[in-house]
Design a protein around this ligand. Structure first.
Ligand code: SAM
Ligand code: SF4
Length: 349
């Protein structure tokens, strides 16, 4: 790299230290990385059964993903979440965890975490815990093996249950993510709350979002507003508002009977965009500034154009100036098309 003048060095040091702040004065300190668009499940609300995936040639290498993520860390990102598709089915994924865990050791990064369907946890829970992962999100929409098979199409319920026990034994704190699905799991809410209480898992409910074509399934038939779900919970359980924060979009209550927390992610009934601190990177290097908008910055170009991270940093800063105020999700009978064409598995949940 050529030697920099003192002035250029000063400007550069400032650039490196200035945090990422968007046009609405939100500090961006949370990056979610979809490390693969592939998955070993085909959840009915997420994918169609005959999904086509990106050719492997378009996907960034693990080294490239590490360089990109590390650049974000240098720009003030404190929390990294690996997601997908199913992040734990990407070949050699522990290589990326290993590379990123050095930022935990240096103290630059506060949290390295993952959202997973749980199918590979028996293989990886111990290693993740050794590398400094403390909390993981595991998606589970039902405790009924038959419903599980119907929702995930390809998932193996027993494998996920064994994975959850492996995570517990490894000392990982588990949060269960449950998508509220009308007529599918709305009769299981109390059971899920009790089970999570018994297992020591926190629980977050998510409203289904209109993302990507899911074949013949109608979103409006799946959509269950969480306001309705919460009213049902309140008939049985005593909920206390909680100021618990994890840096994500959920709002939490505490269940007095079990002592555990329940989160609600309500993109549809309550827009959470005003406090959004997140951006999302795909496995091809596209940076989405909002889950619910199409605008994205192609970081693969600056990544491959130059070994100088300053080029990459400039591209990231430019992208952050384009972060929109919020999403425009709507689900009703008049809106047949998804609000955004890409699936959740592209940008990760
Ligand atoms: N495969 C991993 C998993 O299932 O946890 C990580 C990726 S998945 C896309 C992340 C989260 O998004 C999961 O909790 C999943 O239930 C949720 N999800 C997928 N499609 C969704 C949709 N259309 N609306 C709401 N949540 C969705
Ligand atoms: Fe795969 Fe997760 Fe989507 Fe289910 S929700 S199909 S596990 S990416």
């Amino acid at each position: 790299m050529p030697k920099l003048s003192a002035e250029k060095r000063r400007v550069r040091e400032h650039t490196l230290s200035a945090p990422l702040i968007d046009p609405f004065q939100r500090t961006i300190n949370y990056l979610r990385i979809s490390v693969t668009d592939r998955c070993d499940f085909r959840c009915a609300y997420c994918m169609s059964e005959d999904m086509s995936f990106l050719p492997k040639s378009e996907v960034l290498s693990l080294e490239e993903l590490e360089r990109l993520s590390s650049t974000f860390v240098r720009l003030g990102v404190k929390k990294l979440r690996l997601t997908g598709g199913e992040p734990l089915v990407r070949r050699d994924i522990m290589h990326l965890f290993r590379g990123l865990s050095r930022h935990l050791k240096s103290g630059e990064l506060e949290e390295l975490t993952v959202t997973t369907n749980g199918s590979q946890l028996t293989r990886f829970a111990d290693e993740m815990a050794d590398l400094g992962v403390r909390r993981i999100n595991v998606s589970l929409d039902t405790l009924d093996p038959h419903k599980f098979a119907a929702i995930t199409r390809w998932g193996k319920f027993d494998k996920v249950m064994a994975g959850l026990q492996a995570a517990k034994q490894a000392g990982l704190k588990v949060k269960i993510n449950t998508v509220a699905l009308k007529g599918v799991n709305d009769d299981e809410i109390d059971r899920l709350i009790s089970w999570c209480g018994d297992e020591g898992f926190d629980l977050t409910f998510i409203e289904v979002m209109p993302m990507g074509d899911i074949g013949s399934v109608e979103r409006v038939d799946q959509y269950l507003p969480l306001t309705q779900l919460r009213a049902g919970i309140e008939e049985k359980w005593t909920l206390n508002e909680s100021d618990h924060k994890t840096g994500g979009p959920a709002r939490y209550v505490e269940v007095m009977e079990t002592g555990q927390k329940i989160g609600f992610i309500t993109p549809m009934t309550h827009n959470f965009c005003e406090s959004c601190n997140r951006v999302r990177l795909t496995c091809t290097g596209m940076l989405y500034m909002c889950l619910g908008q199409e605008d994205a910055a192609d970081l693969r170009i600056p990544l491959r154009e130059s070994d100088d991270d300053a080029v990459l940093e400039a591209a990231i800063r430019e992208a952050i100036t384009r972060k929109p105020k919020g999403h425009d999700f709507i689900i009703d009978r008049d809106h047949k098309q998804p609000a955004v064409g890409r699936h959740m598995s592209v940008t990760g949940g």
